[in-house]
Design a binder for this molecule. Structure first.
Ligand SMILES: NC(=O)c1ccc[n+]([C@@H]2O[C@H](COP(=O)([O-])OP(=O)(O)OC[C@H]3O[C@@H](n4cnc5c(N)ncnc54)[C@H](O)[C@@H]3O)[C@@H](O)[C@H]2O)c1
Length: 440
């Protein structure tokens, strides 16, 4: 099939590459000329396991191309995927300006039947707005061309995006038009050969399903974070509690890890947007409001532990920081808890020496040239001259460090572990003080 993907970011590039990989002819459009130039030259703008090789293979085969030419992009695909950003507006609601700009472009240039597929995470009712935007442009042109709008929210996880797209748990299709549904079935057939994973529903339910999924996951995290904080007060070990409740199949083990709060480009903004959507409909989502509040508090939990140990004034202290990305296997730092921690530590006078396997460049872009942040080339190099070690992202390479070497290097041999990576007895046996989230 001929497919156009509008917006070549984390979702657009992964979707485009995976759709090309099963044989489709994909053209990816973006307004960011530098990004498109990089992709045309064989480079890749993001870190995502398996993506670079897939992009290069399909580009070389001529099935995956990149452009900034809107007319060319609109005329290429019968299927027009919209995968542009939907960042939070000032009031927390999803900003639809990029989605609607993409829709208007389609209406402006389309010459024949198109199925417009909303992959961006968008509030309930957006498919109707996209339809109206396209219809408005067609009317201006006095063009009577048939089209259909489908809601097809994306559930991929950064860090495992290619795998998630190739082997989805479910494919949600919000549509009523039989021709469009048939096209979507055909498109997704290669991704569900084992058994049918397509769930067809109305567009409003499809749009709400995406927010409900992220809201539920965020709720589990905030719930566990609050329980972990309570466990510390009560002298209980949250890791044992996690195992104790996770073994109930109604609860399950996934997404019950306490930490430093959720971040990333989705949970914070989607939780806010859903709260906002509810408010606009005259309803309060009390649970979700508390989820967000608990998350904001949790992002400061490491600073509290550090200042309890070292005192409130951190002037002259050097903090080694492991992990900048909002989670492992990505360089994405949007809403990363590390950014809140770094701001708190800098405000208290500390100097930071940070290490991350892939996100240092992104951190430098976001944080600029702050003289009190240095970046190290290896985890151990970050400890040179440091007082204590703080762990923010659970990269695999942090799981089994040389505790004796850490003890020998740090001025105050203490680890503040925001991800509960270690059995507490192990660093303690090496003579380190070990502070975790909710463990004894
Ligand atoms: N990142 C994720 O893990 C993830 C997962 C599921 C869903 N989503 C949703 O998918 C959407 C995209 O997220 P992302 O992380 O890929 O965003 P992103 O910021 O990485 O990419 C968006 C891209 O769209 C481009 N763009 C903006 N306006 C455009 C236009 N009019 N025409 C062409 N290109 C345009 C931008 O230049 C950018 O490259 C969001 O709604 C997000 O909530 C993201």
């Amino acid at each position: 099939m001929k497919i156009t993907v509008i917006g070549t970011g984390y979702v657009g590039l992964v979707s485009g590459a995976c759709l090309a990989d099963v044989g489709n002819d994909v053209l990816c459009l973006d307004v960011d000329a530098a990004k498109i130039r990089l992709l045309q030259q064989g480079g890749i703008p993001i870190h995502e396991p398996g993506l670079e090789a897939m992009v290069q293979k399909n580009a070389a085969a001529g099935r995956l191309r990149f452009t900034t030419d809107i007319a060319e992009a609109v005329n290429h695909g019968v299927l027009q995927f919209i995968a542009v950003g939907t960042p939070p507006d000032e009031d927390g609601s999803a900003d639809l300006q990029y989605v609607l700009a993409a829709a208007r472009n389609i209406g402006r240039y389309m010459q024949g039947y198109k199925v417009i597929v909303d992959k961006s995470t968008v509030p309930v009712g957006t498919a109707d707005k996209v339809r109206a935007a396209i219809a408005g442009e067609l009317e201006t042109r006095s063009a009577a061309i048939d089209f259909s709008v489908v809601s097809n929210p994306e559930f991929l996880k950064e860090g495992a995006a290619v795998q998630d797209f190739m082997k989805p748990d479910r494919i949600i299709i919000g549509a009523e038009d039989a021709q469009a549904i048939e096209l979507m079935r055909e498109l997704y057939a290669p991704f569900q050969r084992n058994h049918e994973r397509l769930l067809v529903m109305d567009a409003h339910s499809a749009e709400l399903t995406k927010y409900a999924a992220n809201a539920m996951l965020a709720t589990r995290i905030s719930f566990m974070n609050e329980l972990a904080n309570l466990a510390e007060k009560l002298g209980a070990d949250i890791e044992l509690v996690r195992k104790g409740i996770g073994s109930d199949p109604r609860i399950g083990f996934d997404f019950l890890y306490p930490g430093v709060g959720y971040g990333g480009s989705c949970f914070p903004k989607d939780v806010q947007a859903l709260i906002r959507t509810a408010q606009e409909s005259g309803q309060q989502l009390h649970v979700l409001q508390a989820v967000e509040q608990a998350n904001e508090t949790q992002k400061t939990v490491l600073t509290k532990k550090i200042t309890q140990r070292l005192g409130p004034d951190l002037t002259g202290k050097v903090i080694a920081l492991w992990g900048l990305a909002f989670k492992p296997s990505t360089d994405d730092m949007r809403e990363a808890p590390s950014l809140v921690l770094i701001a708190d530590l800098l405000a208290r006078g500390a100097t930071i020496c940070a290490y991350d396997p892939v996100a240092i460049k992104e951190a430098q872009r976001i944080l600029g040239s702050e003289p009190r942040i240095r970046y190290a080339a290896t985890p151990m190099a970050a400890l040179d001259g440091a007082d204590v070690l703080v762990i923010v992202t659970e990269w695999k390479e942090f799981r089994s460090p040389d505790f004796a070497a850490i003890k020998a290097t740090l001025r105050t041999p203490a680890i503040f572990d925001g991800r509960n990576l270690y059995e507490p007895a192990i660093p303690r046996k090496a003579g380190l003080e070990y502070f975790s989230i909710g463990r004894l």
